[in-house]
Design a binder for this molecule. Sequence first.
Ligand code: T46
Length: 133
Amino acid sequence: MSLVKLIDLPDLGDHRGGLVAIEENQAIPFPIKRVYYIYCTKPDVVRGFHAHRALRQVAVCIAGKCNILLDDGNTRVSVDLDLPNKAVVIEPLIWHEMHDFTADCVLLVFASDYYDESDYIRSYDEFLTLVKK
Ligand code: T46
């Protein structure tokens, strides 16, 4: 499975400006149960530092920029989220960290399930043990 899956969200913008429409089971490859967004991130803050056991997510910066590091236990790849129609899929068992938020960044995330803390793997050692099994 490819570590980095980017999605070109359909940009329906015209001479008036931008418009991106996002539909479940279309651009987002799963039914959406939850949407959340991260904004006003303080300078030099890093977020994430976990993997999910089963949750699938798609993340896009709809304003500003940030960088997401994806790690499958073997390879680490850093992806710039720098366009409002450039989304990245965060699959289960992918360690992820978000860095370099611009002050205006709004990171919008579509999730395949409701919030469940027990789905989080917040220890990198536990993550490595699970993916090396
Ligand atoms: C992820 C990355 C991309 C809730 O109660 N409900 C929610 O839906 C979410 C997303 C969070 N929370 C609580 C859990 C924590 O007490 O809000 C607090 C902050 O969450 P966390 O520290 O996990 O935030 P990030 O930015 O490190 O991670 C978030 C998501 O939690 C995570 O699923 O993949 O964004």
